[in-house]
Design a protein around this ligand. Structure first.
Ligand code: NOJ
Length: 454
């Protein structure tokens, strides 16, 4: 088996990273507007104030996607553009913007995949404690219900949260991301528990307000592992590492896939999490369990790389050192194509849901060459290798429904600002000009051939 004929070949972005128009048409402040404006948080003081200006250039971007044959666009809604204070009064200009974007996509034959929350919490809600506040699941319910009412007549696919792992570990753990807090274990696990409920209330809000049957899930991330050797013991070790704590730190707890997904799919905490952190974990009430375990249609996961492990004498996973000079992307991440084989396989086997690779890609040192084009052979090679592994997984029986390249455009890479370029399309931030990179042509070809020649 190869890629199904309706395999979803997509590309992804997120509101704060591409929209710009941070202070236009009634949008309220969000935590990234504030965080990036403060000295020392983002590389060279970059902000998303103008960014890729997709707010004004969305038609051009839709046209470029159409040219590339992209079948689905995963983008996120800016909560504070729609509800400037987070709850209460609706900003109709913000709703209109997303209506225009959705209509333009549909007109171009591109399916919208909407992420409700990709890290840009309304600042007004942050001032009330943000995700620390036990009322936060209800705030999210209100927002998600509104989105379903306004958009689900045309949008069929929704993600609740993007990478709650990063929200917790980077936003409230090491302070690298907005709101830049460093909490202790009590607050940390309270926020985690709230986020599980936030997700569940989001699912309920979508389904209770849907205008047509929706497909709903999360776009998560986490530490993925691959077997160092081709033997059953190493495969089991890699599986255990994927669904287990690798050390005692709060930070790495957030990257344990089971830490989030077991509560969501099984309604319980993983045993090792209970053992190590039991005294901090809020007990799941029956009422909350019903919220947290709302049925999902798929498992969405952002996948960039994985760590090789081997089994020791007891079968426990042991990290294997990478060889000197191991291939790395511009921001130093290891290039490990096998992640798109093992990641979806392990997820599918444990949670038994169709998988979407909701993000995959890399940062390269891209610039405009003397011929006026942007050549990115590294990204072409990466794309080929990662998609080949994905294809292999599908032919071995893993149910993968879609792949979203991160990213459609170069964009604001959080604390790294515009230093990192992840796009299939180059953006000149001085003018807003877009230039299709070579990799966008390769992706176009792969899509046209439905991956047959990988
Ligand atoms: C995951 C995040 O969802 C996205 O916002 C980010 O830009 C990419 N990874 C690359 O770091």
């Amino acid at each position: 088996m190869s890629f199904n004929k309706d395999f979803v070949w997509g590309a992804a972005t997120a509101s704060y990273q591409v929209e710009g128009a941070a202070f236009e048409d009634g949008k309220g402040l969000n935590i990234w507007d504030v965080f990036s404006s403060e000295e020392g948080h983002v590389y060279e003081g970059h902000t998303g104030e103008t960014g890729c200006d997709q707010y004004h250039r969305y038609k051009e971007d839709v046209q470029l996607m159409k040219e590339m044959g992209i079948r689905a666009y995963r983008f996120s809604l800016s909560w504070s553009r729609i509800l400037p204070e987070g709850t209460g009064k609706v900003n109709e200009a913000g709703v209109d913007y997303y209506n225009r974007l959705i209509d333009a996509l549909l007109e171009a034959g591109i399916e919208p995949y909407v992420t409700l929350y990709h890290w840009d919490l309304p600042y007004a809600l942050h001032l009330q404690g943000g995700w620390m506040n036990p009322a936060s699941p209800e705030w999210f319910y209100e927002y998600a219900a509104l989105c379903a009412q306004r958009f689900s007549d045309r949008v069929r696919f929704f993600f609740t949260l993007n990478e709650p792992q990063c929200i917790l570990a980077l936003g409230y753990g090491n302070g690298e991301h907005a709101p830049g807090l460093k909490t202790g274990p009590n607050d940390y696990f309270r926020i985690w528990y709230n986020l599980l409920k936030v997700h569940g209330r989001g699912v309920q809000a979508l389904r209770e307000n849907q205008k047509q049957p929706l497909q709903v899930g999360m776009a998560s991330c986490g530490g993925l592992f691959s077997p160092a050797g081709e033997n059953a013991a190493d495969v089991e070790a890699a599986r255990r590492a994927t669904f287990g704590l690798m050390d005692d730190s709060l930070f790495s707890a957030a990257w344990d896939v089971a830490f989030w997904a077991d509560p969501l799919f099984f309604g319980r905490y993983p045993e090792d999490v209970q053992e190590k952190f039991g005294k901090y974990l809020p007990a799941i009430t029956e009422e909350d369990r019903a919220v947290i375990t709302q049925p999902l249609d798929f498992f969405g996961m952002n996948m960039y790389n994985c760590v090789p492990v081997r089994a020791d004498e007891k079968g426990d996973p042991v990290r294997v050192k990478r060889y000197d000079g191991f291939p790395r992307t511009a921001n130093g991440w290891p290039a490990t194509p096998e992640v798109t084989y093992w990641g979806p396989k392990f997820l599918y086997e444990r949670y038994k849901k169709p998988v979407y690779v909701t993000e995959n890609g890399l940062s390269c040192h891209d610039w405009v060459s003397v011929d006026g084009k942007v050549h990115d052979p590294g990204r072409e090679d990466f794309l080929r290798r990662y998609l080949k592994e994905l294809k292999k997984g599908i032919s071995d029986g893993t149910d993968v429904r879609g792949y979203f390249a991160w990213s459609l455009l170069d964009n604001f890479e959080w604390s790294a600002g515009y230093k990192e370029r992840f796009g299939l399309i180059y953006v000149d931030y001085r003018t807003g000009e877009r230039i299709r990179k070579d990799s966008s042509r390769l992706y176009q070809q792969i899509i046209a051939e439905n991956g047959e020649n990988l």
